[in-house]
Design a protein. Sequence first.
Length: 196
Amino acid sequence: MAESHHKLTKFFLVVSIFAIVTSVLAIYSTIMGSENSSKKSDLQVQTLSHLTRSQDWWNDYQSHKLREKIYQVQIDNLNNTIHQQALQINKHDQEMYKQSLLKYQSLLNKLHAGKSVNDSIANLYEKASLEEKIYNESLNASSVISKTIETYDMITILLIIGAGLTGLAEIAKNKLLAYAGFGIGGLGITILLLIR
């Protein structure tokens, strides 16, 4: 009978150690969840910043596309005026129309310049696309962090339940509760090891 009581004590010593280890790991899991929450908050601020910049660049792009249409209409109107009234207008007015035509054509050429030219349509399109891409990548990263936070929360719950059951098992000297605590706490520890 004394030998049986001694084995029971060793078993519950293991139960006590397991309860302590799972409690410490639950604290660690909570801390990791909090760190990831902070990262997510920072990332959300950056994400909103990229969204705002993306919208600004798209607005600039759209306004430049509108300018392009206005310049083209002006060019077409001036060309029509020059061709229709070529004989009726004096040279001074004709020169003025041609100067206006050159001005609008120059403005239109600036809009159609390459990506390297600041405020060209291609440049604004590239800036807006890049910011939108960064925004989408930030959203994806935020989603990944959210899943990590949820995983740490689940691990913490499993570890707390495992520690609680093994603690109760030690107090009640109930092996069935201890085995349930080992199972649930062990699952939490396994998942924690897998995500690290």
